[in-house]
Design a protein around this ligand. Structure first.
Ligand SMILES: Cc1ncc(COP(=O)(O)O)c(C=O)c1O
Length: 398
């Protein structure tokens, strides 16, 4: 369920001003929130190097902001390579994390200068034979998790038992595997699976070392760091504390990296849509917005997310209502059976925590163009007050 906040009409004046000058619908990208999230995660996981998952939101302004903060980038396609290349981001700051690649994808990454790749099976390993002098690989291990909203170990990763065989095969073929990686799933509701994964990788890293093999000197703990969509309480420090304890048990020659996406991009964008039409159908008040699940709200379909919504009204009435998107498809409904004050055409509906897997998966169905992204606070000075109330981007989970 989306949570709905009804705020005073006056408190929407800043958003109305932005709509007056930039039109609607919009996505507001607040670089101050990007910085805040990046720094919070860095503090919660000291000593861990971050490679931002470009797939979650690839807008140039978030990439530039993170590059200035010193972040690296997790890229997974030739298109993402083009995005970081065009910003003159050094290939040394990137890792290619897609476990399944075409030869052309490998060559595109190598031409750019990225030399760290991920594999999880024998077919993928042999693809690197022609390039073995130039690459260092991470072996992705699968740890299935039912506490993650999106299970990312179903589709990728080998079992810890198969990992040993793959490490031996790579050694025989002369392909350098320099570390292990895992991703226990996106929007994890508990750190337990990450802790289990770190512990299992620790055992494998030590066994490998005891065999006299070249050390596995990198552990990539993936992403999955959660944000609070609709209230809740575990802050990022509490989430990361047990992970830090497990990481402290790793041998000293292991460096730890992570690939956070959602935690950084999620809270950094707010959607601003307006009511473009209304109707009463079977006693229900329908409001048709200029953005919907084929657009910025696509994460409600693909990412299983429910975004906190906010409307601005001084009316006291509460009517059974539906917020729908603009397309002709009946699946294009953002929230149903909700109680709202009566809205007028042109009224604004804000969607918070809408940075991760939103614009990234939006379509142009019905030829509605993708929602324009407007960047705030590009310069690291509080010129524009943050549009996103701090209570909504706090690093907490349900
Ligand atoms: C390989 C890889 N790394 C990192 C991420 C980012 O994960 P999250 O947004 O949960 O931090 C994903 C998400 O799909 C992924 O597939």
């Amino acid at each position: 369920m989306n949570t709905i906040k009804i705020s005073s009409y006056e408190s929407g004046s800043q958003l109305r001003e932005i709509v007056r000058c930039c039109g609607a619908p919009l996505l507001l990208l607040d670089c101050n929130t990007v910085r805040h999230q990046y720094r919070s995660l860095s503090q919660a996981l000291p000593g861990v190097e971050f490679y931002y998952a470009v797939k979650s939101l690839s807008h140039p302004d978030i990439l530039k902001t993170l590059a200035e903060e010193g972040a690296g980038f997790d890229i997974a396609s030739s298109g993402e390579i083009e995005k970081v290349r065009s910003l003159k981001i050094s290939p040394r700051q990137t890792i290619h994390t897609h476990p399944i690649k075409r030869d052309q994808d490998i060559r595109d990454a190598l031409r750019y200068g990225c030399t760290t790749f991920v594999i999880d099976n024998m077919d993928e390993l042999v693809k690197f034979l022609p390039y073995k002098e130039r690459v260092g690989l991470l072996l992705r291990v699968s740890f299935r998790s039912d506490s993650a909203v999106v299970d990312l170990s179903k589709k990728f990763g080998c079992s810890i038992e198969n990992a040993r065989g793959l490490l031996e095969a790579a050694a025989k073929l002369g392909v350098h595997i320099k570390g292990l990686s895992f991703h226990t799933g996106s929007q994890c509701t508990s750190p337990d699976k990450q802790v289990e994964a770190v512990e299992a990788c620790n055992v494998l890293i030590r066994m490998h070392h005891d065999l006299g093999a070249a050390p596995l000197s990198i552990l990539d703990i993936g992403g999955g760091f959660p944000i609070s969509y609709n209230g809740g309480a575990i802050d990022i420090n509490s989430f990361c504390m047990p992970i830090c304890r497990a990481l402290a048990q790793l041998p000293p020659y292991v460096s730890v990296i992570a690939e956070p996406g959602r935690f950084i991009s999620g809270p950094s964008m707010t959607s601003v849509s307006t009511v473009m039409g209304k109707a009463v159908r079977a006693g229900m008040h329908w409001y048709y917005l200029d953005d919907g699940v084929y657009g910025s709200f696509s994460g409600q379909i693909y990412d299983h997310a429910r975004y906190p919504l906010e409307v601005f009204s001084d009316k006291d009435n509460r009517l059974a209502s539906v917020l729908a998107g603009p397309t002709c498809d009946s699946i294009d409904v953002i929230a149903e059976d909700i109680l709202l004050p009566e809205l007028n055409i042109g009224d604004i509906v804000a969607g918070h925590m809408m940075g991760a897997y939103t614009a990234a998966s939006a379509t142009e169905f019905n030829s509605f163009p993708k929602t324009k992204i407007v960047t705030l606070n590009q310069v690291n000075l509080p010129i524009f007050p943050s549009i996103i109330p701090s209570s909504l981007y706090s690093s907490t989970i349900h």
